[in-house]
Design a protein around this ligand. Sequence first.
Ligand code: ARG
Length: 251
Amino acid sequence: MKRALLTLTALTLVAAPATARTWAEIKQSGTIKIATEGAFPPFNMLKGKQLTGFEVELAEALAAQLGLKVQWTTQPFDNLLIGLNQGRYDFVIASHGVNPERAKAVDFTNPHYCTGGAIVARVGGPLTAAALRGKSVAVQVGTTYLDNVRKVPGVGDVKTYPTDTAAQAALMAGRVDAWVGDKFTGIDLVKAQKGKLQQGDLLFNERVAMAVKKGNSSLLKELNAALAKAQQNGTYAKLSQKYFGQDVRCR
Ligand code: ARG
């Protein structure tokens, strides 16, 4: 709770002075500046030095539709919205679930996928919210997983990690009883660990969207139009199939 409040204060404080580039300015420059984390597979990650993932490919497809080149920046997840409000890049695509706290600091596009936060444990470990009573849970710092796990009645120690993959590693090493993270990430994690892990209950659902600096309505409009077009012309469906074997758009 304390951390969430501090984060909000930090976002609000830096929100005021910096100006964001308008759509006209971006179009004129020919290049759109996009930020992501690059450590959240299968959504945004590095393969060697190459940034890839569902969100990276989707953002590049949207930029191509808008007739723009892309300049990527990677930042720790916790810093992404702060940098956005400092005008360091035009938008962020990093699996941010839309929630009221974030919506005070930035403006969100229409959602680019729908998902939820799910429990994963070692075989025999806690798989329901009730079973988390007194148990330790690993989550990435600054995420909706942290907020939601803290709300589970009687939950034990909630340990935060700088990246989601570090939180997963803590589960595999037996340093915590459970991990809470994205349900699609959870499916991949369980598969990769062949029989050692199990996916448990969904704790909450969320709509995930791209973020622009608060008030950048001209860019917001273009991103929403580009997303709608990609969802109509098959570009989105193809990428979603590639990464998830299903269509993850919100319905
Ligand atoms: N969907 C979760 C949230 O809204 C996790 C996002 C984590 N993203 C990342 N790039 N690590 O907080």
